[in-house]
Write a protein that binds this ligand. Sequence first.
Ligand SMILES: [Zn+2]
Length: 170
Amino acid sequence: MKNLKLPITIDPSRSAQRKLVCEGYFEVSGMNRLLAVCDAQGEQVQVNANFSVDEVGLVVISGSSSATVTLTCQRCTEEFDSVLEVDFTFSPVKDAEAAAELPSYYDAIELDENGEVNLRELVEDEFLLEIPLIPRHPIKDCQAPSDSVWGELPEELEKPNPFDILKKIK
Ligand SMILES: [Zn+2]
């Protein structure tokens, strides 16, 4: 099986016309924002991305990726490994106005000045959304005593809005 290094940016319209299927990897070392918040296991992130045109003529980028990262439990401060698995379905847009008109089942990804999208950033953003705001072990694996001050967190911290995380990152 071929294991190709994927291009960081790609022209989605041209790729969709060719019904391109990408299977390959990105170097984790290029994902600085991800590495700022966790350690990644391994040097490559496998990515699968398909380019197509839907029945109303919209370009669609769909795919999946996974990465194993080391997070620090905020309850007991021990490190633990977590597998981040993401599935995505994007449609490239020129501007915010076009993004607002997209059907809700597509996420919008903005085209750059060359009409390309940054596939590596797209995947990295998806991983960042998967990382919990307050990483913690599953309760059975956690070393912290049950009466620890970290044992219970307020309700609103349990369910972070993923879009808030993305805003902070950007
Ligand atoms: Zn823990």
